[in-house]
Design a binder for this molecule. Structure first.
Ligand SMILES: [Zn+2]
Length: 235
């Protein structure tokens, strides 16, 4: 084994920096050093600065475009959820977008298909079941957003939405209604489970932290969870 250490020069700022690699032998290491010195010409600081300015330029170009709703996901494939996100000039409408239930998230965790997103880029994103996508798209349209032409599955999504409306109507006709969240419903992430007993007290886990709750709240949450499960089963 031989360690190759190449001294490289930044073409942007002129600073020298090193790149290293472990090679099988000295001869290979010497060869790599010569190659690296000739080919690596951007220091870490200039790379970071260039990426930041590219991100800014992309954001500025995006802000020139009208507010637009995009969709990714795989309709037709099983019943995977779809990812809706806003592009274009979102800044002036951000409060309205947030009110529609979109969240400002790292795009590359969600947008993995059909659109290229920069590493570290954030967008207003909402993940919905396919059957809710059509209504969500109509909501965005009513709100003044342009709908991306490449959303070509609207007919299919409309059918799914209609089928859901029928299931909801049938459930309601048989006396099952969508339960209303009780006031004591936790604000953070809750798995829907209530632990404990009336004699020893109840607790739930919110954002992975234990929260002790009163017996009345425990009953309300348990009833809600049960009613919600029945509602989901029926619709
Ligand atoms: Zn540099």
């Amino acid at each position: 084994m031989a360690k190759a250490t190449a001294t490289c020069t930044c073409a942007t700022c002129g600073a020298t920096f090193t790149r290293t690699k472990i090679c099988r032998n000295r001869r290979e290491a010497d060869g790599w050093e010569a190659w690296a010195a000739a080919n690596f010409d951007e220091c870490d600081a200039c790379y970071t600065a260039r990426k930041a300015s590219e991100r800014e330029a992309a954001a500025a170009a995006e802000a020139e475009l009208p507010l637009t709703l995009h969709m990714t996901g795989y309709p037709y494939k099983d019943n995977t959820p779809v990812v809706l996100f806003f592009g274009g000039d979102t800044m002036p409408r951000k409060d309205d977008i947030k009110a529609l239930g979109y969240r400002w998230l790292f795009a590359d965790d969600y947008i993995t298909y059909g659109y290229s997103v920069q590493r570290g880029e954030q967008k207003w994103i909402k993940v919905v079941p396919q059957e809710d996508a059509y209504d969500e798209i109509e909501r965005a349209r009513a709100f003044g957003a342009v709908i991306d032409d490449s959303i070509v599955d609207t007919e299919y999504l409309a059918k799914q939405a209609a089928a859901k409306r029928e299931r909801v109507a049938a459930a309601e006709a048989s006396g099952i209604t969508e339960p209303v969240r009780p006031d004591c419903y936790p604000a953070g992430r809750w798995n829907g489970k209530v632990y404990g007993t009336a004699a020893y007290g109840y607790r739930i886990y919110v954002d992975n932290a234990e929260v002790r709750i009163s017996n009345d709240d425990a009953d309300a949450l348990k009833n809600y969870a049960k009613a919600l499960a029945a509602w989901r089963e029926a619709t």
